[in-house]
Design a protein around this ligand. Structure first.
Ligand code: ZN
Length: 431
């Protein structure tokens, strides 16, 4: 048993001074109690505030290799789709060794920026020509191993991929993402699940996965209560193609395939319309926004006001890992919404004054729910996943116990303020 004694602890009751956080040998929070004379403390943490670690709901680790390398002209008219060609070229080059190396690197960066769990939306599965490796989950295993070695908690979201788009078979570059059949995909998902690795399932998109696969994969998700994640409505072209092929929009198609429910997280929903948002709300589904990536790729700005109005839980993802900073993701979710709607406090429903605690919940608690994890709060019974904030950091100068979450979300970068990161009761990163 450990007893951590920072200056402040951020609990569901707010920021509390003079507390001891007790952590079991298994890395679970046992209790948060007021410190009294003579109480056993194993770790004095002066000048630090302990906050829950962030949950990164959507990552493609290998895309870290593209950072800074896709900004020059790729075509006459650069869009998401021209960026995608560069990403495919990068995906083609990956080997089990190189995907391990880059994942290990990016997971280390995530820990340094305060993410303690990550949902890895993993879609590079097979050899470049599409033939499976001797071990069909070799690349997924390499990513999981990278997470273990770095010290971050990885939830492997095993991606299903079947075709190029609504009308086309996979291109040569997409072959290694694809399983030969639905059965082959589900066998790989089942092997992962019974191995005990935290996992979920993730049809890539309605473009890449046909309706009969969506139905079967949603069934499988319900059978084992596994998170079900899917990209949808990131680009208008996807919506137009879906309307043409299926006579409905992507989120409507998910509903038609019984793939919308409380286990569902729709990634992006950038161009979701009113009816799609109603369907998400009725289903109890979550939306994961990825503001730095959506900005980098020119996707658009999510309909934040309507999503918040519909009480849809939001989470954040670093997606292409072009930036790793949960404060920046949260800030840009709110800032881009302010620019879209030309008003302030868009992500904050009426009746809530301070925005910071709710933005934090998007980055922690709601993310944990979307990945099926018992973490995201400093409370008994949850995993001991923490960040330790340096209360003397110049960026925080002038903070008060009432406004620390606001000062962090609107005034700080992760690398200015985070001194330590803890996962499952273990300090896995410190500066
Ligand atoms: Zn993505």
């Amino acid at each position: 048993m450990k007893g951590l004694a920072p200056d402040y602890v951020y609990t569901p009751q707010g920021l509390l001074a003079n507390q001891v956080v007790r952590v079991s040998d298994e890395g679970m929070i046992v209790e948060v109690v007021e410190r009294v004379e003579g109480m056993e403390v194993t770790e004095e943490m002066p000048g630090l505030a302990l906050l829950p670690g962030f949950v990164n709901t959507h990552s493609h680790a290998f895309q870290r290799g593209l950072r800074g390398h896709t900004q020059r002209r790729l075509s006459v008219h650069d869009t998401f789709w021209t960026w995608r060609n560069a990403m495919y070229a990068q995906a083609q080059r990956l080997t089990p060794e190189s995907i391990y190396e880059i994942s290990r690197q990016v997971y280390g960066e995530m820990l340094a920026s305060g993410y303690t769990s990550v949902g890895e939306f993993h879609y590079v599965h097979h050899r470049p020509d599409g033939r499976p490796y001797a071990h069909p989950n070799a690349l997924a295993q390499a990513v999981v191993q990278a997470g273990r070695d770095a010290g971050i908690r990885v939830v492997l979201l095993l991606t299903a991929y079947a075709r190029g788009d609504f009308k086309r078979p996979p291109s040569d570059e997409q072959r290694r993402f694809c399983d030969a059949s639905l059965v082959a995909y589900l066998e790989r998902a089942e092997a992962l699940r019974i191995s005990g690795i935290p996992c979920g399932i993730a049809p890539h998109s309605v473009r890449a996965v046909p309706p009969d696969w969506l139905e079967a994969i949603a069934d499988y998700s319900r059978q084992y209560q596994l998170p079900f994640h899917i990209h949808a409505d990131e680009q208008r072209a996807e919506i137009e193609q879906c309307l043409e092929a299926e006579d409905c929009r992507p989120i409507e198609l998910l509903r038609r395939c019984s793939a919308l429910g409380p286990l569902t997280t729709v990634v992006h929903a950038t161009h979701a319309d009113e009816h799609e948002i109603t369907l998400l709300a009725e289903a109890g589904a979550t939306v994961c926004v990825c503001p730095t990536t959506e900005g980098d790729l020119g996707d658009g700005i999510a309909p934040y006001a309507e999503l918040v109005q519909a009480s849809i839980p939001l989470t954040i993802g670093s997606d292409s890992n072009t930036r790793l900073d949960p404060f920046e993701e949260l800030r840009w979710a709110e800032y881009s919404a302010r620019m879209r709607y030309q008003r302030r406090r868009v992500l904050i429903p009426d009746g809530i004054s301070a925005p910071g605690p709710l933005l934090f919940a998007y980055g922690t608690r709601y993310g944990a729910q979307a990945l099926g994890l018992q973490t995201g709060l400093i409370a008994p019974g949850l995993a001991a996943d923490f960040i330790a904030i340096d209360l003397k950091a110049p960026a925080l100068d002038g903070w008060t116990p009432q406004d620390l979450p606001d000062v962090l979300c609107f005034g700080a970068s992760a690398n200015q303020v985070i001194k330590q990161t803890w996962v499952q009761g273990r300090r896995v990163w410190s500066v």
